[in-house]
Ligand binder design. Structure first.
Ligand SMILES: Cc1ncc(COP(=O)(O)O)c(C=O)c1O
Length: 366
């Protein structure tokens, strides 16, 4: 019998028992022949998840490490950071903190980025790269990534650098078909592996640009990652138990199939939306921009979202509170990774029971 899932954070997410168990395999040397064989077998399968015919590297660090490394390695001077929430703002903070000429094009929180505005910004000024977040975990907004990537490619020679941290493995991310130069994603969200690893691609075009950047650092040098990866290893000692977990979970993901996985996530979002609508609970994200991996719901009049999060926690169930400025007004249900329809139903039933106590006027509508 598989475990019931009661953990609905928008990352980290629930990890299957067999994947957790894989981390207890005995240690091997990371320069040994058995490790190299293991890593080659893992890296032969990862491109199917990132939808690329190119290399997929693994960094032993969280997504922010690879965000910073991408800017340090591939941006010579100027970068346009597209923002619409807390994690896309992080791209801008990183770009400024490493001394790049960084401009920001912002959509309001809760709204998706507009490809036409991106196109116009690129007509006004030349940039080495554009950064964006596919799925803004803070606001539950999923940006139209294919359209934005096309706008960037059609109107400029800027690199397309994408944080797909909370979408990869749960929603379509077509690295090659959409012309993305760097797709990066930590493994702790829809990939459903414990935190600490980040997968990323590097297009030939991005690698050529990186060669022209003089100071790429050591730990932040994506070319160094690629070189070591091609030799079957890592720059430094990697988090070997996490790689064992990733290896097992990669089999789980590919056995389900990417399209089936995306469809399961879409159905989970649809069910959450139906449930919320029946109770008069609206989304904080615009209707045309709703994420299929995380629902960010606006707490209606009379419901304190933090009280709901606490009440569920007392029952051993975890959902996400609001993020940053949205903490007092929203709550988030992460329906990503290994969550099944039955787990979501059990969660929604528990929320109904808590609403009866916290906001009976809402529960009565159902
Ligand atoms: C969209 C997005 N980007 C970046 C990050 C940062 O990831 P990490 O904390 O793994 O560095 C997160 C974390 O939640 C995220 O949701």
């Amino acid at each position: 019998m598989s475990e019931k899932i009661q953990f609905f954070l928008p990352g980290p997410t629930y990890v299957l028992e067999e994947v957790r168990a894989a981390m207890t395999r005995p240690m091997v040397g990371h320069r040994s022949a058995p490790f190299k064989a293991f890593y080659l077998s893992l890296s032969a399968r990862l491109p199917q998840i990132l939808r690329t015919s190119g290399d997929v590297m693994v960094a032993s660090g969280s997504s922010t490490l690879v965000m910073e490394s991408a800017v340090v390695s591939c941006v010579q001077e100027s970068v346009l950071n597209l923002t619409c929430g807390a994690f896309s703002e992080r791209w801008h903070s990183i770009s400024k903190s490493v001394g790049k000429d960084a401009d920001k094009l912002a959509a309001p929180w809760g709204q998706a980025l507009d490809p036409d505005l991106v196109r116009r910004a690129l007509e006004r000024k030349r940039y080495d790269a554009v950064t964006l977040v596919h799925n803004e975990t803070s606001t539950g907004v999923m940006n139209p990534l294919a359209e934005i990537a096309r706008a960037i490619r059609d109107s400029s020679d800027a690199l397309v650098i994408v944080d797909a941290v909370s979408s990869l493995g749960g929603a379509p991310v077509e690295t090659d078909d959409w012309g993305i130069d760097i797709t990066l994603a930590g493994t702790q969200k829809a990939i459903a592996v414990p935190p600490g690893l980040t997968l990323f691609t590097l297009s030939d075009r991005a690698a050529e640009r990186a060669e022209k950047v003089e100071h790429r650092g050591f730990y932040t040098d994506l070319l160094r990652y690629r070189e070591k990866h091609r030799e079957g290893g890592f720059i430094t000692t990697p988090a070997i138990p996490l790689l064992y977990a990733l290896d097992r979970q990669t089999d789980v993901i590919l056995a389900e199939g990417m399209e089936a996985r995306w469809e399961r996530h879409a159905q989970l979002q649809k069910r959450t939306a139906e449930w919320a609508a029946a109770r008069g609970i609206g989304y904080a994200s615009a209707e045309n921009a709703r994420s299929i991996t995380v629902s960010c719901l606006a707490a209606p009049e009379g419901l304190d979202p933090q009280a709901l999060v606490k009440a569920l926690a007392a029952r051993g169930t975890t959902i996400g509170g609001g993020y940053g400025d949205w903490k007092p007004t929203t709550f988030r249900i992460g329906h990503m990774g290994e969550v099944r329809a039955s787990d979501l139903e059990a969660l929604l039933a528990q929320i109904d029971e808590e609403l009866e106590k916290l906001a009976p006027q809402l529960a009565a509508r159902a």
